[in-house]
Write a new protein. Structure first.
Ligand code: C2E
Ligand code: MG
Ligand code: MG
Length: 637
């Protein structure tokens, strides 16, 4: 066997290892990986054919005619590889960007020229022929073919030089090396005659490229099979280079923690996997990115007809109920469409929007927000509030205020709602409407919940509230607290510590808590009920599905939200709604509190509608303990 055969065998072995490795190791998601995969197959084909003709057909008893055919195909494969190289470079520049027309035309010209020579060779054997000794030799016209190869080289180097600024250093070097290797082989072959190192040169070139693209895997997120944030960084670079021809749709599953805690990790992971699959179906695979924490980014080209409609239709699909491992769940998804570069031009901006989607309490699902309408600057305040919460917890400066609840029948105050107040040295007063959702988001609400309950229990221990005509205090429970399995034990522990009569505590739960996994909640409620603590359903009328909860869970009281009362003064239908709600709740044998009573007119109306209790500024604002007791002394005397 001569050197050519050693080279060919060696190249085949490397090609096979490469192919196996590519298939085993990489999820060939991106176009650049796909192009590389095809290229490696061509290289293997080239090497196999090279082995055949390297043996001059003799080893296989191949006739001279067959050697000519195989060698022609071999030369065709060479053209395919040289063409593939240029496409490979393009695939690294931007996975969606097509080759510039001029480059495509030049490639076509070179290929046609090469094919023309090969066809002509059938008749005149000017490129190569099999001599009398049965050896394959180059003809005098072979130089014409070398001109074509030089043409490919010029196209390759010209294009690579033009686009190299979009490539990172390792790709750049790998592509230059890959460019040079086949030609080094060809030149060696030219000078060394019968030795064929060309195939080896090509193989080593593609090997180098493969080895320098470990990112193929690093770019894929294994939990969703989409591209990850490193891929997005590259993508943004190329989007910028291409003149920002894309929109970015950022998607966040707001209830990530609840989904995870409630349905378990398996269901949560499968949900993300299914979501990713759906997104990849809606837009191409190279345009879906997963950034962890239930955050997706989808790139939509600007030339799409109606980008906003497309974004909305994607969101609608995400919000449909999902069936995951036989569990039906409806995630809470929020999304924003960002125009680039106005709204976002780098990862930092994208992360900011996602963070904003994750935390802003007022955001609704079911609608894609426009980036320009979102006040991302609010994030700064959000950070400050988080710090203020930490300070308040450290300095135990949270205060509980009490808002009286008036009984219509007894015409006096019979209960009160405990409402948390935060006065920060730096930020001043921050409303619970603002800081409670933030504390729910970062989990601090659990500690805050304990602080409030302890403070209420301490108050109940120190004050005989019955002396003031008060029967119980209502304490707000957050969604997150409701989902804690050891909630009953903790409540019991605190009540025992302060020797509080459980009937003096009523826990308020809002519908957002109810919308989550009901089993844990129902179990918690039953256990806590057994201790003698009662429950109120807070903010009735603001959610979608209060009715089922009211029918199935052991509520003693329903608190009608202030917005319902207020709108009843604005339109007749709301008035009918309020009246019917009151009647229905009474018939369900629950007591009714209406919140937000601000005027005598409101109080009178509620009286005529026959609700049990009223709460609002008309009676009193939430007051600090001393002022509250003072108020009671006067009001209930
Ligand atoms: P909520 O539980 O529905 O509490 C009633 C809110 O309505 C209180 O707002 C109260 O000050 C306000 N309000 C009562 N009467 C009137 C009125 O006549 N007019 C107007 N305009 N407002 C009235 P606040 O204290 O700002 O609390 C807002 C929300 O923050 C509460 O809504 C509750 O969801 C949450 N929150 C407050 N304290 C706590 C707490 O200790 N734990 C938890 N988890 N949430 C709390
Ligand atoms: Mg409340
Ligand atoms: Mg309320």
């Amino acid at each position: 066997m001569n050197y050519s055969l050693y080279f060919a065998v060696c190249s085949i072995v490397i090609s096979i290892i490469l192919i196996t490795s590519i298939y085993m190791k990489y999820r060939m998601l991106t176009k650049e990986n796909l192009v590389l995969k095809i290229l490696v197959w061509f290289v293997l084909g080239f090497n196999l054919l090279d082995l055949l003709v390297g043996a001059n057909g003799k080893a296989y008893e191949m006739s001279g005619g067959w050697v000519m055919v195989v060698n022609s195909i071999l030369w065709l494969f060479r053209q395919l590889i040289l063409t593939g190289y240029v496409i490979c470079v393009a695939s690294h520049v931007d996975s969606r960007k097509k080759l510039p027309r001029a480059v495509s035309v030049l490639l076509a010209v070179c290929n046609l020229y090469g094919i023309g020579l090969l066809v002509a060779n059938i008749g005149n054997e000017c490129l190569f022929c099999v001599n009398d000794a049965g050896n394959l030799i180059n003809g005098t016209g072979a130089v014409l073919y070398y001109i074509m190869e030089f043409g490919f080289f010029l196209i390759g180097i010209g294009y690579l030089t033009a686009v190299q600024k979009y490539l990172d250093m390792s790709r750049r070097i790998a592509l230059y090396i890959f460019l040079v290797m086949p030609y080094a082989g060809i030149i060696l072959q030219y000078f060394m005659g019968s030795v064929h190192p060309e195939g080896l040169g090509i193989t080593l070139g593609v090997l180098w490229l493969y080895l320098n693209l470990p990112k193929a895997d690093r770019l894929v997120d294994p939990s969703t099979n989409t591209l990850n944030q490193y891929a997005l960084v590259n993508k943004l670079d190329s989007v910028e280079a291409m003149g920002w021809e894309e929109h970015t749709l950022v998607i966040k599953f707001r209830d990530r923690n609840v989904l995870k805690d409630t349905y378990g990790l398996d269901v949560y992971r499968k949900l993300l996997w299914d979501v990713a699959a759906l997104l990849m179906k809606r837009v191409s695979k190279e345009n879906v990115f997963y950034l962890g924490d239930a955050r997706f980014v989808v790139m939509i080209p600007k030339n799409e007809k109606d980008v906003m409609e497309k974004a909305n239709s994607i969101l609608r699909e995400l919000q449909n109920p999902w069936n995951v491992y036989n569990t039906e769940l409806t995630p809470w998804v929020v999304a924003a469409l960002l125009e680039m570069p106005q709204d976002a031009k780098n990862m930092n901006d994208i992360f900011n929007y996602l963070e904003y989607l994750a935390i802003m309490p007022a955001l609704k699902d079911g609608k894609v927000y426009e980036g320009k309408h979102l006040d991302v600057a609010y994030m700064k305040r959000y950070d400050e509030i988080e710090k203020a919460i930490d300070r308040a917890l450290q300095q135990t400066s949270f205060e509980v205020h009490y808002q009286p609840i008036y009984s219509q029948k007894e015409k006096r105050i019979v209960a009160a709602e405990a409402l948390l107040r935060m006065h920060d040295d730096e930020m001043g007063y921050v409303s619970p409407e603002e800081f409670i959702p933030i504390a729910e988001k970062n989990g601090k609400i659990i500690t805050i919940g304990h602080v409030v309950l302890e403070s209420v229990c301490q108050f109940l221990q120190q004050t005989n509230i019955e002396d003031y005509g008060i029967r119980y205090i209502e304490v707000n429970l957050s969604t997150l607290e409701c989902m804690q399995e050891d909630l009953p034990r903790e409540i019991e522990e605190i009540m025992n510590r302060y020797q509080v009569d459980p009937s003096q505590i009523n826990l308020e739960i809002t519908e957002t808590a109810l919308a989550q996994k009901q089993e844990i909640l129902a179990e918690n409620m039953d256990k806590i009920n057994d201790m003698g603590v009662t429950f109120s359903l807070d903010d009735y009328g603001t959610g979608y599905s209060t009715m089922t909860y009211m029918m199935t869970l052991p509520f003693k009281i329903v608190k009608i939200d202030k917005s319902i009362l207020w709108s009843s003064f604005e339109n007749e239908r709301a008035m009918i709604g309020l009246r019917a709600s009151i009647q229905m709740i009474r018939e369900m044998n629950m007591e009714i509190v209406v919140e937000g009573v601000e005027s005598e007119g409101m109080a009178k109306r509620l009286e005529s509608l026959g609700c049990d209790y009223q709460q609002g500024f008309y009676y009193s604002r939430p007051l600090p303990v001393d002022a509250f007791l003072e108020f009671l002394r006067k009001y209930n005397k």
